[in-house]
Ligand binder design. Structure first.
Ligand code: UDP
Ligand code: MG
Length: 323
């Protein structure tokens, strides 16, 4: 039977962690009783440098019940990093992992369906929220704008999926190959490319405490998503520069014709031409430089160019991997 590990990043969650643990304990009991997962499955809380009693509570949970495990980060590194830390740490021990938030917004009831899909052979299962009625109009609108922008920028995102997701061991191995420093997990996971499925769930209100994602963090997160996935903004500068320069060549004809028919103040032609031509050239230049910086940027990420799905008839050490 497969070992299921739940990974839960926690930042200042003392108000909710007890309740979350209790509900997960009974969910895991049910799964174990139905012989769907192994008895030594775990619930792993990742403490992301909390300033409250979160870690103490995790320690207590662990002492009382071996189901609960903990990973303590040296300082607050943000949700995405905490989650990755959890995933990569448990990778060697788990057969399958589900990541979820500590605040019970992700419906624990959906775990059955996740496991079901996994047993059907899916490596990645995305939790997708059914409706956004409970969100404010502002949050809904910004979220929608964000998804649209991301797809314009060329990143494939699963619509309305956050970080409630199941990943098999080999999907985690795939994830580990992505060596990038700027993490945007929900953009990277689809790039792994193993068979995936979707499970819909109702996202509820936070059980207690307040959101650790204020507007400022949300904006930073969105910007991170865009810039870590795309150099399109730089391309736009190049295109604009090219356009303005092309227009300036047309204007040149116009400026000169006006100049020679004598309907101008002295010096106007030179200034007008310079402003247009130089402006366009400068933008174009910035764009070209940007293109190289962009390339360097993408290279320094050292993303894997491929992930081997399976090999046939290759003995250990018989295959030299091409990096
Ligand atoms: N979180 C974290 N580190 C942070 C901020 C948040 O580990 O710096 C965790 C938090 O404890 C929760 C999850 O990330 O389990 C999602 O955060 P939150 O519920 O505050 O975000 P929201 O649901 O409001 O978007
Ligand atoms: Mg939340």
């Amino acid at each position: 039977m497969d070992k299921l590990y739940l990974v839960i990043p926690c930042y200042n969650e003392e108000e909710v962690i007890g309740e979350t643990a209790a509900r997960l304990r009974s969910k895991m009991n049910a799964l174990i009783a139905r012989r769907l997962i192994a008895e030594d499955s775990r619930v792993v809380f990742v403490n992301d440098g909390s300033r409250d009693r979160t870690w103490t509570l995790i320690e207590e949970l662990h002492r009382a019940d071996p189901l609960f495990a903990g990973i303590n980060l040296a300082r607050n590194r943000g949700h995405q990093n905490a989650l990755l830390a959890g995933l990569l740490t448990v990778k060697e021990h788990a057969d399958v992992v589900i990541s979820l938030d500590a605040d019970l917004q992700d419906d624990i009831g959906a775990i059955d369906e996740f496991v079901d899909k996994y047993r059907q052979g899916f490596d990645i299962v995305y939790g997708v929220r059914k409706a956004r009625e409970k969100d404010t109009f502002f949050k809904r609108a910004t979220a929608q704008g964000f998804y649209r922008l991301m797809s314009m920028m060329g990143a494939e995102l699963v619509y309305n999926h956050a970080d409630y997701r199941l990943m098999s061991r080999r999907a985690l191995d795939g994830l580990a190959e992505f060596g990038e420093a700027n993490l945007f997990l929900r953009g990277i996971v689809p790039l792994i490319g193993y068979p995936s499925a979707i499970v819909e769930y109702e996202r509820s209100e936070r059980f207690a405490g307040e959101s650790k994602y204020p507007l400022k963090k949300m904006l930073a997160f969105a910007l991170q998503g865009i810039t870590s996935f795309s150099i399109k903004p730089i391309r736009m500068i190049s295109a604009l520069g090219f356009f303005i320069f092309a227009v300036s060549l047309i204007m040149l004809g116009y400026f000169l014709s006006v100049h020679f028919t004598g309907h101008t103040v002295p010096g106007w032609t030179t200034i007008a031409i310079s402003v247009w031509a130089i402006g366009g050239l400068q933008l174009l230049g910035i764009g070209v430089i940007g293109e190289y910086i962009g390339k360097t940027y993408l290279e320094t990420k050292r993303r894997p160019k491929f992930i081997v799905e399976r090999t046939l008839g290759v003995a250990d050490g018989g295959l030299v991997s091409v990096g």
